[in-house]
Write a protein that binds this ligand. Structure first.
Ligand code: 9D3
Length: 251
């Protein structure tokens, strides 16, 4: 799958090519990342890609014409049967979630447009953008970090990139938060006293461990994200034992 990123700051995308799971996805060839410097598609001597908003107001607007030239260059290099999705990262977008990440990971990739300044000329958005995506209700300085977040989330779903397919147990795949994790030592000596690992995890009873973990996941989710419990119930992902356990909780 191929991702093309249109940005004024292509250097921001270097780190994931050098480190971790994302690097594996790119090294394996399973994911290709092509970076396009929007400024290369400016036509005037000053390499302008932004200008003042009609009607006045603060800040600058990204110009439609350089964006269109950049997109045309991207399209000419992609061998898509159908035009790939054009994702625009914008505070006005729909919030990114794991379902969108799964859809992208199952497709041919996408073109990612990273906005800067106050935003992109709306005529370009209306003409070309297929998805507007936000990370949430906080203010960033541009769309590059959201694009990096999306690429990271997709990379770990690419087959063969994770050594264990741990995403089959991901929170948000079964729709519950994952309970606590413990590792060595069995008893951690602290100034406040010894802290043992929950004994069930040392018991070797796989069914009991699985039940205990399920209950911890249900308890954590019910306390922190009751909306996810409601969604899991609606989707039929809670069984009778789950419901009995939830009723036993005093939230
Ligand atoms: C004055 C109104 N602001 C909108 C909230 C203007 C504005 C702020 C920040 C316009 C663009 C930006 C830059 N942000 C992004 O490009 C962005 C973003 C974000 O700020 N928060 C969460 N998700 C995203 S996706 C792209």
């Amino acid at each position: 799958m191929r991702f093309d990123v249109i940005t004024l700051f292509p250097e921001l995308f270097d780190a994931p090519l050098k480190h971790g799971i994302t690097r594996r996805a790119y090294d394996s060839g399973a994911m290709q990342l092509h970076l396009w410097q929007l400024r290369d598609f400016a036509e005037d001597a000053y390499r302008r890609v932004d200008d003042r908003p009609y009607g006045g107001g603060p800040g600058m607007v990204m110009l439609a014409e350089p964006l269109q030239r950049a997109l045309n260059a991207v399209r000419a290099r992609r061998a898509d049967a159908r035009p790939a999705p054009l994702l625009h990262f914008s505070p006005a977008g729909r919030r990114l979630d794991q379902a969108m990440v799964h859809e992208l990971a199952a497709g041919p990739g996408a073109v990612l447009l990273c906005g800067r300044y106050e935003g992109v000329d709306q005529r370009f958005v209306d003409a070309e953008v297929t998805h507007e995506i936000s990370l949430g209700d906080f203010v960033l300085s541009g769309g590059e970090l959201p694009a990096l977040v999306l690429l990271d989330a997709v990379a770990r779903l690419v087959p063969g990139v994770l050594s264990e397919p741990s995403h089959q147990q991901d929170s948000f795949s079964d729709g519950l938060l994952e309970g606590a994790q413990y590792s060595r030592p069995e008893v951690w000596a602290t100034p406040a006293g010894p802290l043992p690992v929950p004994t069930v995890l040392l018991s070797g009873h796989h069914a009991e461990v699985a039940r205990w973990r399920r209950e911890r996941a249900l308890e954590l989710t019910a306390r922190r994200r009751p909306d996810l419990i409601a969604a899991a119930r609606t989707a039929g992902r809670l069984d009778a034992a789950d419901e009995r356990f939830l009723r036993s909780l005093t939230l």
